[in-house]
Design a protein around this ligand. Structure first.
Ligand SMILES: Cc1cc2nc3c(=O)[nH]c(=O)nc-3n(C[C@H](O)[C@H](O)[C@H](O)COP(=O)(O)O)c2cc1C
Length: 332
């Protein structure tokens, strides 16, 4: 049986990749990820705010030492709170490359198509096999239209493509009116993969303390369903790699992601929860399922439950929505 898969042109022994998380902050932990079975490793992100601070002394175009900037910048972490400075990050990529054999993916995290992006070249020169760009942003400015935001994301992908020889993946939010359109435009701009999806950290409210609570909670399988839908819709309609991220918590979740159309599957929460060897548990679970069902290669499984052969996926989704509402019974 072969579980090999290609992600952005990188050959992987199986589809389970360690997603960006604090697990990748120390060289020893990165080695544990490889020993635990990661087919590739995405390093934790270097953030635009760190790069602009180091290169221009500014964060979001503001001088952090200017009292007038205080209200806008007071909630940002201090420079000492980050795991790496930009220079340390490039050096870290170099050390990780020497320490492990599996592909290493550097991660940039930012929102603008400005000069900070040139830092990607240092990550490439340090030996990263690919770069993932996480464009996490909660757009609260009502003057910024969806069209303008999408243009900016596509622009960033095009710029990175120009700077770099290594493949680039864009980690996307699920909040677009037409995800397929954005993914197709990213492909045309030269992205080699999309990571579906970014997880949005949603502040809760502590009613006793009457305070907002912000924390990075680990995911559960419930979050996978949104990913499955879009993997299934996009599989066969774009050529770039579809990389699942979010809610792969148990081995069957990995099987589902491949059936829906994933080329690779990033796992962060389950690794933080159970340790790096859980990547082997996920791989073995997929292999055992394939053996049970009589499959011998991942290519036979990938996208088997996608909407590739469905002429009108929107109509299909609408039909299933109506059917789900109409067939609901008490207790279901
Ligand atoms: C504590 C923590 C730290 C994370 N750090 C990063 C990061 O530096 N960059 C990034 O792109 N994603 C980061 N993520 C998001 C994960 O890579 C992943 O996309 C998300 O958690 C969904 O996958 P999961 O359900 O397997 O956790 C982080 C997640 C957690 C829980």
């Amino acid at each position: 049986m072969t579980l090999t898969t290609s992600m952005m042109g990188l050959q992987l022994a199986h589809p389970f990749v360690a997603g960006a998380s604090p697990m990748g902050r120390q060289l020893d932990d990165v080695k544990r990820l490889e020993d635990g079975g990661a087919a590739a490793i995405v390093l934790p992100s270097l953030f635009e705010e760190q790069i602009t601070f180091a290169s221009e002394g500014r964060i979001r175009h503001k001088d952090p030492f200017d009292a007038r900037s205080a209200p806008a910048l007071q909630h940002f972490p201090g420079q000492a709170d980050y795991a790496f400075t930009p220079d340390e990050y490039a050096e870290y990529v170099r050390r990780v490359r020497c320490a492990v054999k599996v592909p290493v993916i550097g991660s940039l995290n930012g929102t603008t198509s400005e000069s900070w992006l040139t830092f990607s070249r240092l990550i490439e020169q340090a030996g990263a096999h690919a770069i993932e760009l996480n464009m996490y942003e909660v757009v609260a400015d009502p003057k910024l239209s969806s069209a303008a935001l999408e243009h900016q994301i596509v622009q960033v992908a095009a710029e990175l493509r120009q700077f770099l020889k290594i493949p680039v993946a864009i980690k996307l939010s699920p909040f677009f009116a037409s995800i397929g359109n954005v993914v197709q435009r990213l492909e045309r701009a030269g992205a080699a993969g999309v990571v579906l999806f970014n997880r949005f950290y949603q502040p809760d409210i502590d009613v006793d303390a009457m305070q907002t609570v912000v924390d990075a909670r680990l995911s559960t399988s419930a979050e996978l369903l949104l990913r499955l839908r879009w993997l299934a819709i996009l599989h066969g309609r774009v050529k770039l790699s579809l990389i699942a991220s979010g809610g792969v918590a148990v081995p069957d979740d990995g099987v589902k992601a491949v059936l829906a159309g994933a080329d690779a599957i990033q796992v962060a929460s389950a690794v933080l929860r159970h340790g790096p060897a859980y990547l082997t548990t996920l791989r073995d679970g997929l292999a055992a399922w394939m053996a049970r069902k009589g499959f011998t290669s991942l290519d036979e499984v990938r996208g088997k439950l996608s909407l590739r052969g469905v002429a009108d996926p929107s109509g299909f989704e609408r039909a299933h929505y109506l059917r789900a509402l109409q067939t609901w019974k008490p207790g279901s």
